[in-house]
Design a protein around this ligand. Structure first.
Ligand code: GAR
Length: 187
């Protein structure tokens, strides 16, 4: 079973839900966790009949981690998928799910880790960026890469236009990465 952590729109969560409904993942999405009671991801979970838990958005990373672990306790989760979860996970969460946490990031890591990755790419003046699905370790967007896909930066691109094209690619890449990961992961 998969638990998804999302803080906002949840379009990547939706892509995972759609792939699950189409039988394209090697596991079922069982739970949404969010640190944002206003997250659109909650509506997506409700529409898909997936339970959700709103965890308190503790500023302290370790307290947030404890809340995440508590919320996950009742579910036997084999994979955590971060889908626009905009907080760094506590070491205790990573230790509880070793090599079992995936994240999607809107850049070709190791380039442009952290916040505002789309704007970082525009500011750097590069001609292409992309998205990356990677395993989460204790660094910021540093874990082993599962899949990446390039997205060209076009003349006149704004953060919004480029983010929209990256999103479209992410929605393809994330379900593929989950399937690939689960088909090769040892239990
Ligand atoms: C996605 O573009 C994802 O790559 C990014 O947040 C967006 C969430 O969109 N994640 C990060 O920047 C993590 N560092 P969504 O809520 O529509 O899936």
């Amino acid at each position: 079973m998969i638990a998804v952590l999302a803080s906002g729109e949840g379009t990547n969560f939706q892509a995972l839900l759609d792939a699950d409904a189409a039988g394209q993942l090697h596991a079922t999405i069982a739970l949404l966790l969010t640190n944002n009671p206003q997250a659109r991801a909650i509506e997506r979970a409700q529409r898909a009949n997936i339970p959700h838990v709103v965890i308190p958005n503790h500023r302290d990373r370790n307290l947030l981690g404890t809340a995440i672990l508590d919320a996950l306790q009742a579910t036997s989760v084999q994979l955590l998928c971060l889908a626009g979860f905009m907080r760094v996970l506590a070491p205790a969460v990573i230790a509880a799910y070793p090599r079992r946490i995936l994240n999607i990031h809107p850049a070709l890591l190791p380039k442009f880790p952290g916040l505002h990755a789309v704007q970082q790419a525009l500011t750097a003046g590069v001609t292409e960026t992309g998205c990356t699905v990677h395993l989460v370790d204790e660094g910021i967007d540093t874990g082993p890469i599962i899949l990446q896909e390039r997205v060209p930066i076009l003349p006149g691109d704004t953060e919004a236009s480029l983010a929209a094209r990256i999103h479209a690619v992410e929605h393809r890449v994330y379900p593929r990465a989950v399937k690939l990961f689960l088909s090769t992961a040892t239990t």
